[in-house]
Ligand binder design. Structure first.
Ligand code: SGN
Ligand code: CA
Length: 702
């Protein structure tokens, strides 16, 4: 009965929802859009979301005067993928940007391009992180890659230069500069056109270097610790234990925790950035920095805490710098709000939005970073204000996602949302008074379905075998439940959580008998969602190749396999043993349309994780036969193949372990390369590629 009532209620709401408070539709009202976007800002570090550790007065003001989204999520908790999704309204597998290091195909349809077409003036300033140059912007100035906090370089278009861009270094802190350039653009823009400004901060991304004016915050204070700081990961699958993102073990003393080294010349690896970052700073910046940290550093070195005390110290150092960076971002929001306050006519027509690319672990589960489908990283903060149109202080509890951003902006601008986009316009949720559906009631799903809004969100993370060692996973979240599949053959595990009874996700209930029916229901829902979004990636290994890395899909095709390597150096392999001499061959057919087109035979004589030789085809400019290895990306031999466009090419490799020589043949060419001296037999084989999709025939041995 109650669910019927709820269904009726939400049905009547859905009718009213398409009209705003004054009865006029918001669709097509062509507001200006100021979209402030930060990097790694977790909702639980925003006071409007109930943060227990900091205050964000300006973001809070936005929420008080507008809408706060209670259940907004990303589809892949990583920087580049979230940004590519926001631009395209598509999940990662469909826009092709599945992991950092991919190159965004800027020729795709994006919302800024469509806004530009209908007369919007468009600008993006700050972090971009999609490798290719921005398209669809009248003005852009972006940080290269992750960018620098102090005195950062920006990349700008430059018609006069060879590659059409230039790199300019500016004095100051990235957050302040991004704000300053955004305000300057607002002042200089064409006042007769509606505008889109994307102000995209680097902060509070690792390695959390606050601006001078924020260094004084939290001095001498102790920030409360999260209850799961010393999580031992019992009650969940084995994956959480295997990560490399813990505060206890995976933070660099100098780079992350900014403790000065005793001897700068002895700095190793990532810690060397401590030096290069200081080199960028000017004298005033350095002295403000040292004044803020010197005493604390001296005390740390003197007391030399160990065990849990050392973790506690690292947490305090990390979280304070993170929150100081957040404070800089909050100040930026305040400055943009002040700019609007001073221009009431512009303010009236401007939707201002605050969000961040994904969440972050603030010591929760003992971690920093993101990537997992657990709540802390899955959630994206989302706050929007449009005076007189959105009810002040209202909340949206529906399950929204970053795929919905592009459709929403387009809808507001009166641009029809392309049917190919995965997301939905949130406009029907914007102009009405708040729902009460945040309580995670099981009936919420029924109500959500009845209102025509979605009852679940989809997630797919790909960047396994990379920094922080978080496995690939896909899953589904409803208002109450979460089901996650870790599909790589080395894990092949599921997790399920009841968020109502276990909001911290400490107990995997996948095998719990009393949730069996719900598990079946969610599994089917997940399958349906994968079909709806047409995601057939996340099928790797298929039993034949149990060792994989950087692979989106590996499926049988005929008597061979079709494999999509969604990373540089992706591979599928199996272990075995073949005494020499060995001749191995396979046909390869390259699937066009991926960023780089190639396919390789992977061969190892020393265990699949150790040295490998890669022999294959590369179709980036001309067709080439290429041998790489035994070191990563080391080119051992290469020859151009005269190629008539024949889709299938056979590659034949002969290994002579006595002469330590590899011979490769394809397309009438033959090359040789040395084999590692310690290889006495073939101990592993498979297929490889770089951001490519390839159909391989079966491996044939002689
Ligand atoms: C860098 C960071 C990682 C972080 C990734 C992705 N290391 O590699 O800690 O997970 O970026 O972050 S650092 O040493 O460069 O700081 S993302 O937000 O760009 O996806
Ligand atoms: Ca990020």
């Amino acid at each position: 009965m109650r669910s019927l009532l709820l269904a009726l209620l939400s049905l009547s709401c859905s009718l009213a929802c398409s009209l705003h408070a004054q009865g006029k539709p918001l669709s097509g009202s062509r507001p200006n859009i100021i979209f402030i976007f930060s990097d790694d800002h977790a909702a639980h570090a925003i006071s409007a979301y109930g943060s227990k550790i900091n205050k964000t007065p300006h973001i809070d003001r936005l929420a008080e005067e507008g809408l706060l989204f209670r259940n907004n999520f990303c589809g892949n908790a990583l920087c580049g993928p979230s940004r590519a999704t926001i631009l395209t309204g598509l999940h990662s597998h469909a826009n092709g940007f599945m992991r950092n290091g991919n190159v965004f195909d800027g020729d795709q349809t994006t919302f800024p391009k469509l806004l530009q077409k209908v007369g919007y003036q468009t600008a993006i300033i700050g972090k971009w992180h999609l490798s290719s140059d921005p398209q669809g912007f009248d003005h852009w100035m972006v940080l290269p890659g992750q960018g620098q906090y102090y005195n950062p370089d920006f990349i700008l278009p430059d018609a006069g230069s060879k590659n059409g861009r230039k790199r300019v270094r500016y004095e100051g802190h990235a957050t302040n500069l991004t704000t300053k350039f955004s305000l300057e653009w607002l002042d200089d823009r064409d006042p007769d056109k509606p505008f889109l400004l994307m102000c995209q901060h680097k902060a509070p991304h690792r390695n959390w270097m606050p601006a001078a004016e924020d260094l004084g915050l939290y001095q001498g204070e102790t920030i409360p610790e999260p209850t799961s700081l010393f999580d031992d990961y019992t009650g969940r699958g084995p994956m959480a234990k295997a990560q490399e993102m813990s505060i206890a073990k995976h933070m660099f003393l100098h780079y992350d925790l900014i403790v000065p080294p005793a001897d700068e010349s002895k700095l190793q690896g990532t810690d060397r950035a401590w030096l290069s970052q200081r080199k960028r700073m000017n004298a005033a910046q350095l002295s403000a920095w040292d004044a803020a940290f010197d005493n604390e550093n001296a005390a740390f070195l003197r007391e030399d805490p160990a065990g849990r005390e050392r973790v506690r110290w690292a947490y305090q150092r990390y979280i304070k710098n993170y929150l100081r960076c957040v404070n800089g971002v909050d100040r930026s929001v305040g400055e943009l709000l002040a700019w609007l306050d001073a221009r009431p006519e512009v303010k009236k027509n401007t939707v201002i939005i605050y969000s961040s690319d994904q969440g972050f672990y603030l010591g929760d589960h003992g971690w920093y970073d993101k990537r997992w489908m657990y709540e802390e990283s899955l959630r994206m903060p989302l706050v929007m204000r449009w005076p007189a149109h959105f009810a002040a202080g209202d909340e949206v509890s529906e399950l929204t996602q970053n795929i919905d951003f592009a459709p929403t902006f387009l809808d507001l601008a009166g641009v029809p949302v392309p049917a190919t986009m995965h997301g939905k316009s949130m406009v029907p949720l914007l102009g009405r008074s708040g729902g009460d559906r945040a309580d995670g009631d099981q009936e919420d799903d029924v109500a959500a379905a009845a209102s025509g809004w979605r009852d679940s969100i989809y997630y797919h993370y790909y960047e396994s075998q990379a920094v922080h060692m978080v496995p690939a996973m896909y899953g589904i979240r409803t208002s109450r439940f979460k089901l996650v599949r870790y599909y790589e053959p080395q894990w092949d595990t599921w997790e399920m959580f009841d968020l109502q009874v276990d909001p911290a996700e400490m107990k995997n209930i996948y095998e719990a008998p009393r949730y069996k029916a719900m598990r079946t229901y969610l599994t089917k829902m997940l399958e349906d969602l994968r079909a709806e979004y047409d995601d057939d990636t996340g099928q790797v290994g298929d039993g034949v190749f149990p060792v994989t890395a950087g692979v989106a899909r590996c499926v049988r095709e005929g008597d061979g396999h079709r494999v999509w390597f969604n990373a540089p150096g992706g591979y599928v392999m199996q272990r075995g043993r073949k005494e020499g001499p060995v001749t191995v061959s396979a046909t390869m057919s390259l699937v066009p349309g991926r960023q780089r087109t190639n396919g390789e035979l992977m061969l190892t004589g020393a265990g699949p994780r150790a040295a490998v030789m890669r022999v294959g085809l590369d179709l980036r400019d001309a067709m080439r036969l290429v041998v790489q290895g035994p070191r990563w990306r080391q080119q051992a031999a290469s020859a151009k193949i005269s190629w008539d466009g024949e889709p299938v090419v056979e590659v034949v490799v002969t290994l002579d372990f006595d002469a330590h020589q590899l011979t490769a043949e394809a397309g009438g060419q033959r090359v040789t390369a040395p084999l590692p001296a310690d290889w006495s037999a073939l101990t592993g084989w498979g297929y490889g590629g770089n951001n490519s999709e390839t159909v391989f025939g079966p491996l044939q041995f002689q």
